[in-house]
Design a protein around this ligand. Structure first.
Ligand code: ATP
Ligand code: MG
Length: 140
């Protein structure tokens, strides 16, 4: 166990996932990879499509989310931490990142910032755990 990927969205569950990954990293002397994916929201309006969220703001928010997670991990003694903020479909980018960096495990929250709380799994954790070709841990 050398590389642990933790996708973070700033939610309570992703915070818990970081905590779980910290314990694993300390046990195995592994590197934690913190990844945030932001996505522009586009609404169809009349004939055109308008981008309603701002790329610069979303990246800045992502940087803050990552910084908070990094502080948390560092504060609990993790020495090796890599961070990334990327744009795109969250699940797709998480799966790609896991492959590109050849991580050993993905530690992901069961739910995130979504407001519909009826399901046990959010769409991102659902897609990642079904499609990623490596070990996944869902943190509840
Ligand atoms: N944009 C993102 N970047 C990185 N990780 C994410 C992102 N969105 C979700 N995650 C990860 O996936 C976990 C589950 O979040 P998910 O988005 O699937 O649930 P949800 O927000 O409750 O539902 P939905 O987004 O389908 O409404 C989070 O705890 C986090 O670990
Ligand atoms: Mg979500």
């Amino acid at each position: 166990m050398e590389k642990i990927l933790v996708p973070v969205d700033g939610s309570e569950q992703s915070h818990k996932a970081v905590g779980f990954a910290v314990d694993l990293a300390n046990h195995y002397h592994a590197t934690i990879y913190l990844l945030h994916v932001f996505k522009l929201t586009i609404v169809p309006e009349g004939l055109g499509e308008y981008v309603v969220s701002d790329r610069v703001q979303l990246r800045a928010l992502g940087d803050k989310i990552i910084a908070a997670a990094e502080d948390e991990a560092k504060g609990h003694g993790v020495e090796r931490i890599e961070t990334a903020v990327v744009e795109g479909d969250p699940a797709e980018r998480i799966i790609d990142y896991a492959k590109e960096h050849d991580v050993d495990i993905i530690v992901i929250g069961s739910r995130g910032l979504g407001t519909f709380k009826g399901l046990l799994l959010g769409s991102v954790s659902n897609k990642v755990t079904h499609r990623a070709d490596r070990t996944c841990v869902i943190v509840r």
